[in-house]
Design a binder for this molecule. Sequence first.
Ligand SMILES: [Fe+2]
Length: 433
Amino acid sequence: MTSIEELRHSPEQLRARIAAELERARGRSRRLTDIEHEELVRQHSPLMSPLVWDYAHIGSQEELWLVRDVGGRDPVRPDIDAIYDAFQTKRADRPSLPLLGPEEARAYVRTVRDKALDVLERTPLEGRRLVEAGFAFGMIVQHEQQHVETMLATHQLRVGAPVLDAPEPPPGTAPDAPEVHVPGGMFLMGTDLEPWALDNERPAHAVGVEPFWIDTDPVTNAQYAAFVEAGGYDDERWWTPDGWAHRVAAGLEAPQFWENGHRTRFGHVEPIPPEEPVQHVCWYEADAYARWAGKRLPTEAEWEMAARFDPATGRSQRFPWGDEDPRPEHANLGGTYLQPAPVGAYPKGTSPLGVRGLMGDVWEWTSSDFTPYPGFTMFPYPEYSEVFFGPEYKVLRGGSWAADQTAVRATFRNWDYPIRRQIFAGFRCARDV
Ligand SMILES: [Fe+2]
């Protein structure tokens, strides 16, 4: 697919692409909310919103940014702004709010979308930073796709008969070697060029990295099971003090959703596939595994260098495979299979250094705190990322099987608390030379 950067000087093509991406995102969010009324309004976990909240919130953000701000139109539903403002209402409290019911929510998001598409037709996509190359539309596409991933996490936590099904992912292949040597040096991290990149990915800046080794593939279920069987959860040596305290308090014994050699995935109980990247482990578990294995988690800079740096040209690519937008053969993205693929299933997605499976499959925990890059400027609102900067969040990279290609890049930064494991996160290890 042609990149947004290449489309920026063809307004009609850019508009058509934006409309298609909005429609694709809506197809996914509709699919996850096309379930019984009771399932939509129930809170399946105190960590998550009722699905009907997410759905109307998607519409609310679209109304705020595209209809009101970009379009300068009258509000559709000013009376519900507070209910759907994620900063005014905690997730745990959302079920007790006077939420729109499923039918009302569906009608609301449809009305907003009709207006947003009309705004898209009539707005010049230049002249104002918010609309340059369709940025605000891209931000809203990414927002909806990010909520699709959140809603998939809610579906995973839901108890009861399965309501989602998917085909089997492609088969894996063995790596040539378990680790890749990265020679280190200077490389360009972050981006100035990606039109839809968010503020925390900017600006591009040179970073020096010491030589290191990084795992060719993410840590698999079989590798992680060896840590569990070796008593890794009972041995305080492998855990940081905070990690050990959390392990004990939360009673962690294995990845979430594992039980008796089986796992539960969207209501299906199945044997744990040995060659699939492990997921549903928190940062503390990933960190403990790495220490047990005689390794450590990679820093965010190391991860990005392994993913983007081409030693032949000295350049940082947009993606591990090059500069083209993701195609199905590059990475397991977009929720097609509802699970990670076995490692090595996407040889075309290998990075120039020979590292595999960097995009898609599982978000990968890094050792880094979520902090601004040098020269960071907030845009377009502080609640996207600025208010989260600090040591309490760890950075995740690469996107999961549930992430959409519009919402991942080799520069894309995700973040979460080190105790979170309902997200589709795993990790790979690194070590010093
Ligand atoms: Fe949101």
